[in-house]
Ligand binder design. Structure first.
Ligand code: FMN
Length: 352
């Protein structure tokens, strides 16, 4: 069905089509549930101490303000990650800031954390009827200087804590100046130290523990990954999400090479899988990996689990393949459980 409406959507400006599709999905929720959600097989998965009906999740950025949780959940997702949200609302970058590259099955975006602020997101999550796992992805405001960035993360964490099943620290968006620098060793130590201390304080006062995940870039080398893994272990981070969009342009035609932003979809798939495998080689099953990046088919989902992911997330695949990809991926994962030999497959990937 989605393949019939996709040409009409793709004839419109990408951001407008995105907003209109979500507004339509809100109206068509019962139909979406019947066609897609009801067909999604159950494949119970435990992730960061949370119980998921299946390991196929929605990646951050598609529902930045958590305004469409129920219609997205109706597509069959086993968990939903909303945000990135910042403490204060901000408009993001100038338009146009979202582009399709259909031949590459890719998107290029430079949204820059446009969002209505953490207070609005929290209200939207509270109003949603979905009773499954909701992750809330947090970041820093554009105007916050680097010396106050840690406080943005701890503020956002305390604002969203009561509504989140897990919280993701986004330190890998290429569209907020300096954000990726937080992946460096000393900066990461300072950030994780402060955020974990705030989480532990909140866990105590609220008598409820919320796991923390860190979302990383696909553009890290072996040394960069070593440094991150050491900090994830040291600060007892509960999960790692690999990966965000790429700043590399090797897989796209020259017209796109000088365009600022992060590339998602097929061009990021191999890089993301290599990072998942490299993380799994270092972490084993000590810290679960949520695999994301270029999942366009059921086989791609199985490949992410084979590389070492415990769960997967989708963004760009949803735009190109439609909601049917969710149940397709969940079915393939359930069917392939016994055939996945992680360590064997993991050795075939190398980070470059
Ligand atoms: C338009 C767009 C906006 C995004 N916004 C965010 C965001 O706000 N926070 C975040 O952590 N990731 C964001 N992402 C990254 C995705 O969550 C995902 O990590 C990345 O796109 C790779 O997965 P994919 O190839 O399935 O899209 C965004 C991606 C796209 C395409």
């Amino acid at each position: 069905m989605y393949s019939l409406i996709r040409p009409a959507l793709f004839s419109q400006d990408a951001e407008k089509a995105h907003d209109r599709t979500l507004a339509w999905a809100d109206r068509a929720r019962p139909l979406i549930q019947r066609i897609y959600g009801a067909r999604t097989p159950s494949r119970p998965t435990r992730l960061m101490g949370l119980d998921l009906p299946n390991p196929v999740g929605l990646a951050a950025g598609l529902d930045k303000n958590a305004a469409h949780i129920d219609s997205l959940a109706a597509m069959g997702f086993g968990f939903i990650e909303v945000g990135t949200v910042t403490p204060k609302p901000q408009p993001g970058n100038d338009r146009p800031r979202l582009f399709r590259l259909p031949e590459q099955r890719a998107l290029l975006n430079r949204f820059g954390f446009n969002n209505a602020g953490a207070a609005t997101l929290v209200k939207n999550v509270a109003d949603a009827r979905f009773d499954g796992v909701i992750g809330i992805n947090i970041g820093k405001n554009k105007t916050t200087p680097p010396e106050h960035a840690v406080a943005d993360y701890t503020t956002a964490l305390s604002m969203v804590y009561d509504q989140a099943h897990y919280v993701t620290l986004n330190i890998s968006s290429p569209n907020t100046q300096g954000l990726r620098d937080w992946q460096g060793s000393d900066a990461l130590d300072a950030l994780l130290g402060a955020v974990v201390a705030e989480r532990d304080r909140l866990a105590e006062t609220r008598a409820r523990f919320v796991p923390l995940a860190v979302k990383i870039a696909p553009d890290l080398n072996e040394a960069g990954l070593d440094a991150i893994v050491a900090r994830l272990r040291h600060h007892r981070i509960d999960g790692v999400i690999a990966t965000n969009t790429t700043t590399a342009r090797d897989a796209v035609p020259p017209r796109w090479r000088s365009e600022a932003g992060g590339l998602s979809g097929r061009p990021v798939r191999a890089k993301a899988n290599a990072v998942i495998a490299a993380l799994h080689a270092r972490l084993g099953d000590d810290i679960p990996i949520i695999g994301v990046g270029g999942m366009m088919s059921a086989a791609d989902a199985v490949a992410k689990l084979a590389a070492g992911a415990s769960a997967v997330q989708i963004y760009t695949g949803l735009i190109y393949r439609g909601p049917g990809l969710v149940s397709e991926a969940a079915r393939a994962i359930a069917a392939s459980d016994r055939s996945i030999e992680r360590p064997l497959l993991a050795r075939r990937h190398a980070v470059g």
